[in-house]
Write a protein that binds this ligand. Structure first.
Ligand code: K7E
Ligand code: CUA
Length: 638
């Protein structure tokens, strides 16, 4: 039986296979677990959990240890709940896309520690990276589609000081984009890419810095280095076969796949030294012509995660189809690079001699995917097939352990079921918080009340403070958490309002004298204030065929006093936070009277917070009379 068939069967047999099933549901255990995750009414969680929302295009924010969902941050998809994708600014960020596939959130770092500034997320579907600002927990930039890059899955990996977000392509296509070649000529005509997305250290603004052309392997997960591996980055791959069809079979032929070891500082320098050629506006490095930028190492078998430990010395690959994790010693990698200890090359890229760089293969079990670290010398690997988390010891190993690495495997805890990613609090920093681990499971298999054929994902909270891991709580989320990041609440300082004096929007208005409706030709511009419980003006007159531009300022300076602007039958819902100004722009196509109303329940008179947009037929003359009627170039609504 092929390994892939075993994998499929094992998936079907979930619930039958087990990984040291935990019996422990004694009354004492239940009480202890409940207390460990209980956050009483009025009390607060200690950590944020930022989950990727997969193909929902969103990021979910939960608290730890309660695992309660607290808010949703829309990124790549419109979200009427926060008005995202309806106002001009967010519509412009979304561009022509209304979905994305968020896999790997990454917190910004300074000196390999979370600095609480930004959260970056990748879009696997439309080749983008977004930046969420942790001052307001909102998306502020979407970069992309990235040129010469297709299937932005192997990202977003932040470097030690957030110099770059590093990305690698899951898919390969003929480049530059738009060129057509037959997939049969895959090996010759198709290419993958590693991209360095430069981040402005002050503003967080991202732009494409440079790219490294690669063979058409399917790059998978990766991570960035620190300490001895400072300046390096790593990706696994799962299609060294360079198959283009029947991938399930054809891309799993070889026992080993070539993984990438990238010296991103060397890439940066090569571009500065003029060693790159431009393609689609981006400097592209051909690593066969610029030695020292890219190396390969051959790892078994169809590996998935490739995670650097907090010291930066150990880099761990999870061999999806091999029952072991592979631990590379980065000091040995550097020695092999310097001494040219190669076992050959692939298209001019040196392949590091495996035996020279490997520290050991740890027999963790079936389907190891991702590994996280607690900073105390222990690693935790998610097992997709075995449905469990395995705790094991990082090197240095004792002689007895080296002889039998089963001895380095310390504990297993069953999960439910088919764990994809896991996250240990702060694992990718040099000082993990440790304490909590969250397993993100792909199949909840009816462990919750029945919601029909489509089930949510499950997440399980595991206490890792003791020798034995202890599962304490479980919750469910919308599709589909892949990776997550955990940030200590005290390590970030979000704003409570948008202060009036920081609102630089030229269309902001703060008192009713400045509000009004102004017509210039076919354009009708309206400046509105919103405060409990009224819009000023509460009447807008315009004509069919007009361009209607409405700027709404929420002039509240009280936390949580949010107003919405829902406009009936015009597909508009803006939500405006205290001190914020938002704008929508529509072309008026049909006559009628269209009420608008506040969509966020804001006061006892919230229901009364409403007004009318009167759209006169094209033959009707502009409305007359009334303080709010359209007037040329003057403020109405006095
Ligand atoms: Cu393992 Cu996209 Cu990170 Cu999902 S990937 S599990
Ligand atoms: Cu303002 Cu409801």
């Amino acid at each position: 039986m092929k390994i892939i068939e075993i994998l499929t069967l094992a998936t079907v047999a979930i619930g039958l296979t087990s990984c040291g099933r935990q019996g422990g549901t004694s009354a004492a255990d239940r009480t202890a677990n409940a207390l460990a995750s209980y956050v009483a009414p009025g009390e607060k969680d200690e950590y944020y959990l930022f989950y990727s929302g997969g193909h929902s295009g969103q990021v979910f924010v939960a608290g730890i240890p309660s695992l309660r969902h607290i808010s949703t941050i829309p990124v790549f998809a419109p979200y009427p709940g926060t008005g995202y994708g309806f106002d001009e600014e967010s519509k412009k960020m979304l561009g022509d896309f209304t979905w994305g596939d968020v896999h790997h959130p990454a917190l910004s770092q300074t000196d390999s520690k979370y600095d609480g500034r930004w959260l970056f997320v990748n879009d696997n579907a439309n080749n983008r990276i977004a930046r969420i600002d942790l001052r307001d927990f909102k998306t502020h930039q979407i970069l992309g589609p990235i040129p010469n890059s297709i299937g932005n899955h192997g990202s977003s990996f932040v470097t030690e000081n957030t110099e770059y977000i590093l990305c690698a392509t899951r898919f390969s296509v003929p480049l530059p984009k738009g060129r057509v070649a037959d997939p049969k000529d895959y090996e010759k005509e198709f290419n993958g890419m590693v991209s360095g997305i430069k981040v402005d250290p002050k503003t967080g603004e991202m732009k494409v810095g440079w790219q490294i052309l690669t063979p058409p392997f399917d790059w998978d997960l990766g991570s960035t280095g620190k300490g001895p591996s400072s300046g390096w980055a790593f990706w696994t791959s799962y299609n060294t076969e360079m198959a283009h069809d029947l991938m399930e079979v054809n891309s799993t032929q070889k026992d080993r796949d070539l993984c990438a070891i990238v010296d991103w500082r060397a890439a940066e320098k090569a571009v500065a030294d003029g060693k790159a050629a431009m393609m689609d506006g981006v400097p592209i490095i051909d690593p066969a012509k610029v030695p020292g930028v890219l190396y390969f190492v051959s790892i078994g078998k169809s590996p998935h995660g490739f995670d650097t430990d907090p010291t930066g010395k150990w880099v761990v690959a999870g061999g999806k189809l091999q029952p072991a994790t592979t631990v590379l010693n980065f000091e040995k990698v550097l020695a092999a690079v310097n001494n040219k200890t190669f076992e050959g090359d692939f298209r001019g890229i040196p392949i590091l001699k495996y035996e020279a760089v490997v520290e050991g293969e740890v027999p963790v079990g079936l389907g190891p995917l991702h590994t996280q670290f607690d900073g105390k010398g222990f690693a935790y690997t998610s097992m997709f097939i075995d449905s469990c988390i395995v705790k094991w010891k990082l090197p240095p190993w004792t002689d007895a352990e080296k002889k039998d690495l089963n001895k380095a495997v310390l504990d297993k805890v069953q999960t439910h079921f088919s764990t994809g990613h896991l996250v240990v609090a702060g694992s990718d920093t040099k000082n993990p918080y440790g304490k909590w681990l969250v397993a993100m499971n792909k199949l909840s298999a009816g462990r919750h009340i029945n919601v029909g054929p489509s089930e949510p994902e499950s997440s399980q909270l595991i206490d890792i403070t003791g020798n034995k891991m202890k599962m304490v709580a479980e919750s469910y989320t919308e599709p589909e958490p892949h990776f997550a990041q955990i940030l200590k609440v005290s390590d970030v300082q979000p704003n409570e309002i948008y202060p009036k004096d920081e609102n630089k929007n030229p269309n902001a208005v703060w008192d009713k004298d400045a509000t009004g409706v102004t017509r210039t030709g076919n354009q009708v511009v309206v400046k509105v204030t919103a405060i409990r419980s009224r819009f000023t003006p509460d009447r807008i007159d315009a004509n069919v065929g007009d361009d209607l531009i409405v700027h709404v300022t929420n002039i509240e300076q009280t936390r949580d006093m949010i107003h919405g602007f829902g406009l009936i039958e015009q597909n508009i819902n803006m939500v405006i936070d205290p001190g914020e100004t938002k704008t929508f722009h529509i072309k008026l196509k049909k006559p009628g009277v269209f009420p608008f109303y506040c969509t966020n329940f804001c006061s006892a008179l919230h229901q009364e917070m409403q007004g009318y947009l009167v759209v006169h037929g094209s033959n009707t003359t502009t409305a007359t009379g009334g303080a709010n009627a359209v007037s040329d170039s003057s403020s109405a609504a006095k």
